[in-house]
Design a protein around this ligand. Structure first.
Ligand code: NIG
Ligand code: FE
Length: 395
């Protein structure tokens, strides 16, 4: 199939480029007035309309064609709702205060315990559909609301079933170390997580630890990442609530990504320099919780690349709209539209370990693309951030 009359083809990246760092984060390949050919779900070729090949055509009517969003950090499998905590938050309680009262993640774990696999799947699928309708073509999904061996594995099986059901790419992550279950000691729970790693690795691609104040320590994180060596790479929740040391321990153990980073600066930038670890920032949770935004601009100025993800979850970011994430990147983190675009496409794909197949317009990659209505460009997506812009999402 050939898509012709593409007003703007954006996100063109040469083969072999798996992430964008430093100055390159602000650059992307663009072709005006273009065509693109898809064969068996992959990008076969593209070029200017002046040399458009013959064949079965779809007319883009001047719309922009761009890689779909790659959301590298979500918790979209959850049970029930935490609207009560939303009201607590409006009335002045912080995320930490709600967690200390036994709300937060433990509240979600209680609700999840009451559901069977099928019920959980049916609760999660509409959220996944909503994300795909919003242009997300690849998403990571974490466990972490199980907090017992049985329920963590139940969650991972649900994530696998989502992966088998939807056209988007789904990357499962084991987040047993999301909170300490009621009635257990932290040390004991970390021991059990370590014991579960081989079973979890049969279902998940990565392992995550909430390395932060009031949750898990650097030592816990090191133990889990050390034990997971050869089974799963890390994707660490770090520096959301405090300067936790999570970035450093993540880098030391070769984590694929360190995520959140609302409380990260020069020391974390230094730790990340020259590593294969992608810093992932989650402006949706800064927006929702009213906490600082991660200092994306400083990271990029230091020569690093950053990804942005939604963190879609019931406690700190109850929205999975990557276009809004991109807009927050521009409005609140002062990223240029191209920097934000690379953060939600190729760098997001890198943070899931799939940027060989996703995240850019490159011959041979999956044709996982967004076709916009006529007249859109990357700046306007972030600027006019509530106006529907998608014509079609291709998987
Ligand atoms: O990424 N920070 C830890 N985990 C989630 C929140 C989970 C929840 O509150 O349910 C996050 O913000
Ligand atoms: Fe998270």
């Amino acid at each position: 199939m050939i898509i012709k009359n593409i007003g703007l083809l954006v996100g063109i990246v040469p083969e072999g480029v798996l992430r964008k760092e430093g100055r390159a984060q602000g650059e992307t390949g663009v072709l005006e007035n273009a065509w693109l050919e898809i064969e068996e779900g992959s990008i076969k070729d593209f070029g200017p309309m002046s040399c458009c090949p013959e064949g079965e055509c779809v007319d883009a009517l001047g719309g922009m064609l761009m890689p779909g969003f790659c959301d590298s950090h979500t918790h979209v499998v959850w049970a029930g709702s935490r609207e009560g905590e939303f009201l607590d938050k409006i009335n002045g309680l912080s995320y930490e205060e709600i967690a200390r009262r036994g709300g937060g993640i433990l509240n979600s774990a209680d609700l999840l315990h009451q559901r069977d696999e099928e019920q959980l799947l049916q609760e999660a699928l509409p959220r996944v559909q909503e994300m795909m309708d919003g242009g997300t073509v690849a998403m990571e999904i974490k466990s972490g609301y199980g907090l017992s061996r049985e329920d963590e594995l139940k969650m991972l099986r649900v994530i696998r079933r989502i992966k088998d059901t939807v056209p988007a790419a789904v990357i499962p992550t084991f987040l047993g170390a999301h909170a300490v279950p009621r009635g257990r000691s932290r040390f004991e729970w970390v021991d059990e997580i370590i014991d579960m790693l081989p079973e979890a690795a049969a279902l998940a691609d990565y392992v995550d630890v909430f390395c932060d104040d009031g949750f898990f320590t650097v030592e816990d994180t090191a133990r889990i990442l050390g034990a997971a060596k050869g089974l799963m790479r890390g994707k660490i929740h770090a520096n959301e609530l405090a300067c936790s040391g999570g970035v450093q321990v993540g880098v030391e153990y070769g984590a694929l990504s360190v995520d959140h980073l609302e409380r990260a600066g020069e020391a974390e930038i230094e730790a990340l320099r020259g590593s294969s670890t992608m810093p992932v920032m989650l402006p949706g949770s800064s927006f929702f919780l009213g906490i600082p935004y991660a200092r994306a601009k400083e990271f990029i100025k230091s020569g690093l690349g950053i990804a942005l993800a939604s963190d879609y979850n019931p406690g700190s970011s109850p929205g999975g709209d990557m276009r809004f994430v991109m807009a927050l990147g521009c409005i609140r983190m002062k990223l240029t539209p191209v920097e934000a675009f690379n953060a939600v496409t190729i760098n997001g794909a890198y943070a899931m370990g799939i940027s060989e197949k996703y995240g850019s317009v490159t011959r041979g990659k999956k044709a996982a693309l967004i076709l916009t209505k006529p007249g859109w460009n990357l700046t306007r997506i972030a600027y006019q951030y509530r106006t529907p812009f998608i014509d079609k999402v291709l998987f």
